[in-house]
Design a protein around this ligand. Sequence first.
Ligand SMILES: C[S@@+](CC[C@H](N)C(=O)[O-])C[C@H]1O[C@@H](n2cnc3c(N)ncnc32)[C@H](O)[C@@H]1O
Length: 262
Amino acid sequence: MKRIQLFEFEDLDWFPSQFRQIITDFLQYQLVIWNIYSAIVPKIKEVMQKTGYDRIVDLCSGSGGELLQIQENLSKQESYPISALLTDKYPNVEAFKRISEVSKGQIDYISEPVDATNVPENLTGFRTIFTAFHHFPPALAKKILQDAFAKKAAIGIFEHTERKPLTLILMFILAPLNILFQTPLIRPFKLSRLFWTYIIPVAPFVFTWDCLVSHVRTYSPEDLQSLIADLHGDENYIWEIGQMRAEKLPIELTYLIGYPVS
Ligand SMILES: C[S@@+](CC[C@H](N)C(=O)[O-])C[C@H]1O[C@@H](n2cnc3c(N)ncnc32)[C@H](O)[C@@H]1O
């Protein structure tokens, strides 16, 4: 199935932050209950060990996604203590603050916008992008990778969406049902979230649209290969592209990892 660069509401500058947060809060809820990226944690540890990084600089963090679980998993189960930094072009400071508190300061955040296509030099660490690389059209996607390559910074792109007709049909049915049934379970409780879900159903509509478009825009391993094909940088830099099964759901996680080797 061909990749189509449609728009997501989340991409629109004028999209009200209240709606944006409802959507990223719901996405975070889904990622956490399914522990979607748990299978990728040993891979993250391997790269961080090889490169000597002890901090993740998470780009496009939304409402934090699964980063708290990943940080805890690395620090406890994998015995590789790391810190992390949450950033976004439209930072959800309320969510970032909550995660920072729960992590007892192991996860910090930046309240000002950080554009993934132009990461400030002082933000050093293993750059990660979870469930967001598909937002970028090929030229910008290459810019993100080129920046890491040129600065010899490690970068990890992780996606759990995929361009398959059957997945799209399933998502068309499941996305609105999930949001309708699970919204009351999302914390912190907000009356506005219920209002925009059950009284005026903006949230189910926007979430379903963005979810379907995310799948349609996802880069396949072959697409990722062509994105890195004409990048310029030091030869002592390794790119790894692959897929692995999620632990709790029958879905493939796609990754692209780049890191310098000495
Ligand atoms: C689908 S959400 C993913 C959130 C999170 N990583 C997760 O796993 O739940 C995509 C996020 O990318 C952010 N975003 C979009 N364009 C961006 C850019 N150019 N730079 C940084 N963040 C961006 C949006 O604000 C949104 O929060």
